[in-house]
Design a binder for this molecule. Structure first.
Ligand SMILES: [Ca+2]
Ligand SMILES: [Ca+2]
Ligand SMILES: [Ca+2]
Ligand SMILES: [Ca+2]
Length: 444
């Protein structure tokens, strides 16, 4: 906006650009180049002129067309200057096409609002921002404009009347991928748990928790927006979803092991009692000490049983019996053995504890069979508790039946007798089977 200059009607007889010389009573030219400081800008040279002045480039030359015309712009008082009606107060073209100068009369001048007269009687823009004449509030920035000024809100705020109010960026969609948080003068984006803000501050990208913080005690698997922990075999995930707890396999069932279960971190193991060894992972097998290096003496025989072993004399025969073969003792003379069994056979057997009953456990069989004989069988000794019953199965055999469950460790010696009745001679003999039953300490 260029200043709009309103020239008053002249009160003096001289035209603009001249002043009245009361002494000589003539109008004389004003030398603007002399009195207006900085009349030509941009390094232009000022040339005084009747009724005005010229701004010409420094290298401009002035040619005088007629001899009587004054080429000297500094001529202070031309004689009888005419009072041309139109020439004065008109624009005088300077050397630059864009630069326009007005012949400024020295009279009272009104400026448009936002402009004020300077010392050179030019209407100049008022800088309201520097002079404190603006009406911007403290939070606003004042920008001077030609003829006015602007009040601008700080970034993130917008004008509401004269006030600056926060701009709610979150009301505009698609700013943030997950969540937008509006704050005075700005906003920021937030991501859901398991995501983090990308470098563009708007997008959300998955956090690979497995790489960032190794949250799992054992294995970690990254998921979009989350992660999951796995535990190695023998462990289970704790309620916190990251720790691993040992599984107490022994608490599952008492059948995990045949004898004893020992829990340990990540696994479990079975143990066996003394005299047994583990077979596979859960069952216990008796160690046959008689095969793995027995400790019986020369005249002893080793007898393995469940959970241990025994040493028995190789010759169990006692007077008046003599040993005739292994485990067999026979009476040496009929007279000495009157009323005694003719022979005694030693047998050994082992059974588990808590055997289900009734159970056939041992069969006796006559070794010599004679014609015209009748055999009967009985338990002669060792059945005081009534645990056994002898069932005759034929004329020459009988079966020993266990009728009560036995709990070891226990050693029972039971005498089984076969009585032979010779029907022709009416003669009776008997033979004995001395059975040693060793009940092991366990049911296996
Ligand atoms: Ca905001
Ligand atoms: Ca993740
Ligand atoms: Ca375990
Ligand atoms: Ca054994």
């Amino acid at each position: 906006m260029l200043a709009h200059i309103v020239a008053q009607e002249p009160e003096e007889p001289c035209t603009d650009g001249y002043e009245y010389d009361p002494v000589r009573q003539v109008c004389k030219d004003i030398d603007e180049c002399a009195i207006v400081p900085d009349a030509c800008k941009g390094g232009m040279k000022c040339y005084n002129h009747f009724g005005g002045y010229l701004c010409l480039p420094q290298n401009a030359q002035i040619f005088v067309s007629r001899g009587d015309e004054m080429a000297q712009p500094t001529e202070p008082s031309p004689p009888n200057p005419p009072v041309p009606p139109n020439v004065n107060s008109q624009n005088v073209q300077s050397g630059s096409a864009s630069e326009r100068r007005l012949l400024v009369p020295y009279r009272s001048v009104h400026c448009s609002p936002g402009f004020a007269l300077d010392e050179q009687n030019h209407c100049r823009d008022i800088d309201e921002c520097n002079t404190g004449r603006h009406t911007c509030s403290a939070d606003q920035t004042c920008y001077n404009t030609r003829g006015s000024f602007l009040c601008q809100c700080p970034p993130g705020y917008q004008k509401n009347g004269d006030q600056c109010v926060d701009r709610d960026e979150c009301l505009m969609s698609h700013y943030c991928m997950h969540r937008c948080v509006n704050v005075p003068g700005s906003y920021y984006c937030e991501c859901n748990s398991g995501y983090q803000l990308a470098s563009n501050n708007h997008s959300c990208v998955d956090v690979n928790e497995c790489q960032v913080s190794q949250p799992c005690e054992h294995q970690c698997y990254n998921l979009m927006g989350s992660f999951i922990c796995h535990c190695r075999q023998g462990y289970e995930l704790a309620p916190d979803s990251v720790s691993c707890l040992d599984i107490d396999e022994c608490a599952f069932s008492r059948y995990m092991c045949q004898y004893a279960c020992v829990n340990s971190p990540g696994e479990y193991s079975c143990t066996c009692p003394e005299g047994y060894e583990l077979q596979g992972t859960r069952t216990c097998q008796d160690i046959n000490e008689c095969e793995t290096g027995h400790k019986c003496s020369e005249d002893e025989m080793c007898w393995n049983y469940y959970g241990g072993f025994r040493c028995y004399p190789k010759n169990p025969c006692q007077e008046p019996y003599v040993r005739t073969s292994e485990n067999r003792c026979v009476c040496s003379s009929m007279s000495a053995c009157r009323g005694l069994p003719q022979s005694i056979v030693y047998k050994y057997m082992n059974i588990h504890s808590d055997r289900t009953v009734p159970a056939d456990i041992f069969q006796i069989q006559a070794t010599s069979i004679y014609s015209n004989t009748h055999n009967t069988f009985r338990i002669r000794a060792g059945n005081e508790g009534g645990e056994f019953f002898l069932r005759r199965s034929s004329n020459v055999s009988a079966m020993l039946v266990l009728t009560k469950s036995l709990e070891g460790p226990l050693e029972i010696i039971i005498d089984l007798e076969m009585i032979t009745h010779h029907t022709v001679t009416n003669y009776r003999t008997s033979s004995l089977l001395r059975l040693t039953i060793i009940v092991g300490p366990f049911s296996f």
